[in-house]
Design a protein around this ligand. Sequence first.
Ligand code: AMP
Length: 595
Amino acid sequence: MKEAKEQSPGEGERSIICGIDLGTTNSCIAYLKDGKPVIIPVEGNSPILPSVVSFDEQKGHMLVGREAINRLSVYPRHTVRSIKRLMGKETTVHLGSRELSPPEVSAIILKRLIEKAQQSTGLAIKQAVITVPAYFNDAQRRATITAGELAGLEVLRIVNEPTAASLVYDYVAMTDKLDTPYILVYDLGGGTFDVSILEIRGEIKEVLASCGDTALGGDDFDQRLVDMFIRHIEDKTATKISTDDIALQVRLKDIAERTKISLSDTPFVAVKEASVTSVNGEPVNLNLEVSRDEYEDMIRDLVDKTIDKVHEALREASLASSDISEVLLVGGATRTPLVQHSIDGIFDIPIQHSVDPDLCVALGAAVQGGLITGEPLGHILLDVTSHSLGVKTADEFSMDTGRADHFSVIIRRNTKIPVRRAESYYTMYENQEGVDVEIYQGESPRCKDNTLIGAFYFGLRPASVNSTVTTEFAYDKEGIVHITVDQKGYDNRKEVTLDVRTRQVKEKDTVTGNDDQERPGTGNDQAVLNYIISKYKALCNKQGIDDKSRNELIEIGERYQRALIDKEDDDTIDDLEASLIDKIEEIEETLEDIE
Ligand code: AMP
């Protein structure tokens, strides 16, 4: 490996240095464009090339990526995946009649990345920075350099994956400064898991501790779902399914992966697949619903294993969780909500996942390329949510105090937008008439410390206690959140849009709010105002309130509304609003005590 020479475009061709994440499951390639790392599409519009190679015996050529995956079930002996696990070993793999070393297979993947990247950018690629896991030994690193050279590249540097991930975060315009020099990178890919703690001293990043499991990743999550599908088919057909059926395994794995990915965004997934196999000559369909709760129970022990490793890494680095000032998530499987919640449980700081976890390492490798050649680097500006967004719910604390105040996050702070996420909630009473959906933004687990940015009422059909209501937030690039609440199984849903910047709530087809009531000077709190007034009006007619309290409530409410209509000054309105809220809360508390 050498330091970069002056970038020398060959015969009139401009050449670039690229950063390559040569992954176990997927690979990607990035380069610096005007000082900013960008990912290059390599499979149609997709930036991700599955790290799978297959030899087509008839045509005598190698297939890479999705085309190779498609051959897995029919030509398993001509196809190889996860070659990274064999790097550095004195072994070969057979792809039909071809026998190749692990670096030779990796070189085929690298070549495909380069060809596609050259086509997309119109630029020549001769030099690269390639990433490897922090735990890779010398032989594995050397094998990676050999793979690069076989692909016709000059490998400028081999960089540890967590270091590359942290490099890209350096260039994301983040407001928070690091309090301590320690950052933790949690990397859960398809087949491997790594956790590393880095210490930053100026420009230098040193890996203080690194541990993981080379046989644990998203593929294992898929396998748990595959096992469940097989049990389901066996129960349905009363027939034992052979585990040697490769075509069935490949089909079920594909269904499982799609199910798993959907479960990251929605709490229920309907799996409907025709003819997945046949029993006694009859086709068998897969038709079932999988809930996120059920799925999380299936994978909990695997996620717990990764959490044990996080503690092990902290011990190895002689640090406490409070010493870590940044937690970065890398690898596609970190999109799993259970993974994010489990990591959240260890650290008090918000975890960073504003950069796409699949692309983070390649982007960082491109940044490293720029640092080697001394190219000026600009900040990467991302479209991310600046606050966590969620709804008010009841939790155990609420039960104790008699008041719901738990902030249930649906979209976390620093999530790249557009994004769509849903969570499910459960009714608290039999035949509950409805729910007040209150949307807050902020980082505190208690709503009272966050900001109420919108609210609306969702009427429920009569149902038993603990029936499910799902709430979906789809946050678009314009800052509008499209909210859908759905009473599951009752054909009862409501769609509402909330403008996060103006805090305007619009129910589908009807616009709540009244221009006459707009507050002078602000106009921002319309949703909150609507909410207070609707609460006040509902309480005025409620049974069980003593006359004195009711009269006081009506008096404050009327003065408040009159002040809004007369557009009185902000201080008067604020005082009246605070008195009205206090009164509403006081009465609600008395009513809850009675109930
Ligand atoms: P990587 O090795 O980083 O490319 O990660 C690939 C793994 O991430 C595979 O197991 C994917 O199925 C998994 N993955 C990708 N997207 C998601 C998602 N939205 N939720 C859960 N797992 C995902």
